[in-house]
Design a protein around this ligand. Sequence first.
Ligand code: THU
Length: 141
Amino acid sequence: MITVTVNWPALREVALAAMKTAYVPYSKFPVGVAALVTDGRIISGCNVENASYGLTLCAECGLVSALHRSGGGQLVAFTCVDGNGNILMPCGRCRQLLYEHSAPGMLLETVSGVKTIDEVLPDAFGPRQLADYRVVKESTP
Ligand code: THU
């Protein structure tokens, strides 16, 4: 479990700057996200919509892409803001996206205080379930 002191206002500033770059001609609902990575990097993302509405990329998609494009690692702390700069909860799909790349105990700034990834996505499905399945399968004659 990682223990860090997170500068939430600074992280939110990065999310705010990212939110201002959102491409949202359809919903007019810009979202910006930012995260602290295990090595101290700060990464960010914004939502990018599409005329084929269902193809919209949530801001978290951009963040995960930025994570890997800038050297990988795991997410330690995460924040998400809307167009008014208010804290926004990541949608269900994006909680799953974040879970895949989270450091154990990853923190999120939420509408009801700082929470862990396990609190916002309890009993999550993740890479361990796939690995456990393979172990059982390979040891079954
Ligand atoms: N959106 C995000 O970018 N992240 C979320 O976690 C919630 C929703 C975006 C998708 C869409 O462009 C807009 O918010 C309205 O749903």
